[in-house]
Design a protein around this ligand. Structure first.
Ligand code: DSN
Length: 415
């Protein structure tokens, strides 16, 4: 029986509207990117039709000959990219990947160290409102008050005091390079396992501009859609020692059927990330972030930690305007076509829903081909919009300037 021909004008219209939004506005959310046409094609492929619980060669359904090949290809490509013994490419998201690692390595109630969410960590690093914090005894480490860098002395002393079974490195709102080596020293000192959540920086690692945690950690998790520029999804890399436990925790522990269309797209993204073009792209992400941070500093914003060495920066709005909250800034900037997210700054006096900060990232604009001159323009437009935020005509004027800036850099001109 044929499929009904609905001529679904509503979804077609909404898809066109979203293409238009992405083509004509600035996407500065640090965890977003523009996937390649090849990644989009694989994501929309017939692999979406297939059930394939289990792993290559060990499935619970028939008909998985081709799926086995595509999942094996993804596993081999990502192991080669990061130098890992074993990969699980099935996690639907970074959160699922992290929870699977905890299930594989921990018993409920076990103690874990993780970066506090309000100092740049992630919900799944032990937030009390997340399953990680409800099931396990997370102890949070922080950045220092003086230089706003991760306080490795505190990590060591908390580890000695609490004797964690696992230490989690990695962040979602931390503008500096995270060196995995000192974490290994702490983990070895107290006999803990070490996991690096590289969701934000997987692309910087693949591109060789940040150190590769797989050289020193037991497990690395990441999402495939941020700096890595693949489809929405997660991945776990591990030494052979933990491979069987990780696979068992992902399926049947946390998930049912894998999304093989996403896995096919992950395979494409892993190949794209293993090219010289991607190395240049990763280096430009960091160069663009540094350039944008410099301009924003000149515009009067305080940069948390004084700057950036990765793909993102955290702005403290209070030096620009004591009254301006992150929430208000996010809303008015969105009206002007400058899309980013409000974010707590370390020891933020405002609530996480309001905040005194903004998080700004350069992965998406770098994919569009923007470079240092465009970063200077973005910094100027952002400051101009916030200075004239009570003037609707001025905000609309910035929207037009953003449209003009984006026109030659549209990521999907043919969609
Ligand atoms: N939501 C992601 C981010 O924006 O950093 C983390 O999961």
């Amino acid at each position: 029986m044929p499929w009904p021909v609905l001529d679904d004008e509503e979804v077609v219209r909404l898809t066109r509207n979203e293409v238009e939004r992405q083509n004509t506005a600035l996407q500065l959310i640090a965890s977003e990117n523009f996937a390649s046409p090849a990644v989009l094609d694989a994501t929309g492929s017939v692999f979406t039709n297939k059930y394939s619980e289990g792993y290559p060669g060990r499935r619970y359904y028939g008909g998985n000959q081709v799926v086995d090949e595509v999942e094996e290809l993804a596993r081999q490509r990502v192991c080669a990219l990061f130098g890992a013994d074993h990969a699980n490419v099935q996690p639907h998201s970074g959160a699922n990947a992290n929870m699977a690692v905890y299930q594989a390595l921990l018993e409920p109630g076990d103690t874990v160290l993780g970066l506090s969410l309000d100092h740049g960590g992630h919900l799944t690093h032990g937030s009390p409102v997340n399953a990680s914090g409800l099931m396990y005894n997370f102890v949070g480490y922080r950045v220092t008050a003086s230089d706003e860098r991760i306080d490795m002395d505190e990590v060591m002393s908390l580890a000695q005091q609490h004797k964690p079974k696992l230490i989690v490195a990695g962040a979602t709102a931390y503008p500096r390079m995270i060196d995995p080596a000192p974490y290994r020293k702490v983990a070895d000192e107290v006999g803990a396992l070490l996991m690096f959540d590289a969701a934000h920086i997987a692309g910087l690692i693949a591109g060789g501009v940040h150190p590769n945690p797989m050289d020193v950690v037991d497990i690395m998790t990441f999402t495939t859609h941020k700096t890595l520029r693949g489809p929405r999804g997660g991945c776990i890399l591990t030494t052979s020692e933990h491979a069987a436990a990780i696979d068992k925790a992902v399926f049947p522990g946390q998930q049912g059927g894998p999304q093989e269309h996403a896995i096919a797209a992950k395979a494409v993204a892993f190949a794209e990330a293993n090219t010289d073009e991607f190395k240049q792209y990763s280096a430009q992400i960091v160069a663009n972030a540094a350039a944008l941070a410099e301009v924003l500093g000149q515009e009067g914003f305080r940069l948390v930690s004084g700057g950036t060495d990765n793909h993102l920066m955290l702005l403290d709005l209070r030096t620009f305007d004591e009254e301006l909250t992150g929430k208000e800034a996010q809303i008015v900037l969105d009206e002007a076509g400058i899309t980013l997210n409000r974010n707590s700054i370390p020891d933020d006096p405002r609530s996480p829903f309001v905040t005194s900060g903004l998080r700004i990232g350069t992965p998406a604009v770098t994919t569009q081909g923007m470079a240092e001159p465009e970063m200077a323009e973005i910094g100027r437009l952002l400051a101009k919009c916030l200075r004239s935020r009570d003037d609707a005509a001025a905000v609309a004027g910035v929207r037009e300037e953003v449209r003009t800036l984006c026109a030659p850099f549209a990521p999907y001109p043919d969609l």
